[in-house]
Design a protein around this ligand. Structure first.
Ligand code: HEM
Ligand code: HEM
Length: 334
């Protein structure tokens, strides 16, 4: 049982980690599908506590070298799971500027090196026995129990009308929709707000050897509009009215290319399939007002049905080229 418990924890931690990121990647149906697997793996980890406690207390009593790192790991997993549940139920969505979702993902990220160390230092013996009928039955019982816990939790959130019942399929909470002044301004990880002078700023559109420099005034002449939902991985979403110009209108007609690369003045970037150009808006205004620096002044990308981190702010260059649209890290590193 000891070996089985550790192996199950190993698989479940990996599954929770991967499905969490898959959910962050999408703002469409796959996000929910992934979150169901995610939540069930999370509950299954919790369900193994009685068995893991026996293993852990044995290891701690023996004072194996580095035992304290395992205790730190335990604390991180605990913080992550508690923050995840606080977010999902809506019992505590944020404290000041820190959201429960940020704590949830932050603790999971910090836990990664500890998990790697733990698995290497404590060994993970995988033997044929792990695929025995008994092991598989145990796994089935664990998944069924965790699935039931998840379903019961979701039903309780609805019956008790906890704030969590209002969240979107991505797990995010509505905030300040159609009140542009309420839209929070957040950055992905380490990106910082630049101050840009619109008189000298240009939007450079590179296609092959040709570069077209658009001025702010030129872009203000367009009035393409879209109502779109910004779904932030920080745990909120907000529907707003944006206007500007469809990106496809800034490209020469009839270009043959695979993707377009949108770059911010800060260096932050995302790549999109060329076919999406007609659904991406280069926005100059939010709720009828020019953008403010925090929201991407002078222009930002509005990418409907994409998570917030695809909505590149302070756009300064667009390059159309032959690279496939998946030629990028799934998540930016800045
Ligand atoms: C939720 C994730 C996990 C937590 C919170 C956790 C926590 C702990 C703690 C606190 C200890 C006792 C201190 C020590 O010996 O270092 C321990 C021991 C141990 N853990 Fe984990 N662990 C987790 C996952 C895993 C995984 C995935 C493996 C698979 C390799 C594993 C294998 C072991 C082993 C073999 C021991 C030593 C037990 C002994 O000395 O008798 N653990 N764990
Ligand atoms: C140690 C790794 C992780 C564990 C054990 C874990 C576990 C959990 C648990 C138990 C919940 C609450 C589910 C519910 O009650 O509905 C949750 C929610 C959530 N987690 Fe994780 N998680 C981990 C890592 C991550 C990571 C790395 C991400 C994103 C990159 C992530 C994204 C989410 C999201 C978006 C929710 C909200 C789901 C909703 O409200 O419906 N998690 N997680």
């Amino acid at each position: 049982m000891k070996r089985w418990t550790n192996l199950a924890l190993f698989v479940l931690l990996g599954l929770a980690f991967v499905t969490g990121w898959v959910a962050f990647f999408y703002a469409t149906a796959p996000s929910r599908a992934s979150l169901i697997v995610h939540a069930v793996s999370g509950y299954a980890i919790v369900a193994l506590t009685p068995w893991k406690s026996v293993i852990a207390s044995h290891g701690i009593r023996r004072r194996r070298s580095g035992w304290w790192a395992s205790v730190v790991l335990t604390a991180l997993v605990l913080v992550s799971v508690v923050a995840g549940i606080l977010h999902s139920t809506g019992l505590l969505v944020s404290v000041g500027v820190i959201s429960a979702m940020e704590v949830h993902v932050g603790a999971a990220l910090v836990a990664v090196p500890f998990v790697i160390w733990h698995v290497v230092a404590r060994h993970l013996p995988v033997r044929a026995v792990d695929l025995s009928r008994r092991s598989l039955l145990r796994a089935g019982a664990l998944v069924a129990g965790a699935g039931l816990a998840y379903a019961t939790g979701e039903a309780a959130v609805r019956v008790l009308r906890l704030p969590g019942s209002e969240r979107r399929f991505t797990g995010s909470y509505e905030f300040g929709s159609l009140e542009s002044s309420q839209l929070p301004a957040t950055q992905w990880m380490f990106d910082a707000v630049p101050q840009i002078d619109p008189r000298t700023w240009r939007l450079a559109v590179h296609t092959g050897t040709v570069t077209r420099q658009w001025t702010y005034e030129e872009l203000l002449a367009f009035d393409d509009r879209v109502r779109a939902t910004l779904d932030c991985t920080g745990g909120f979403y907000s529907t707003q009215d944006w206007s500007g110009v469809w990106l496809s209108r800034l490209l020469p007609a009839g270009i043959a290319a695979a993707s377009l690369h949108v770059q911010s003045a800060t260096g932050y970037d995302r790549r999109f399939a060329i076919g999406s150009a007609s659904r991406l808006l280069i926005a100059t205004s939010l709720g009828g007002q020019p953008l403010d620096p925090g929201h991407g002044f002078p222009v930002r990308l509005v990418a409907p049905d994409r998570r917030g981190y695809w909505w590149v702010k302070w756009v300064s260059a667009i390059t159309v080229d032959e690279l496939p649209s998946w030629w990028q890290l799934p998540f930016p590193m800045q």
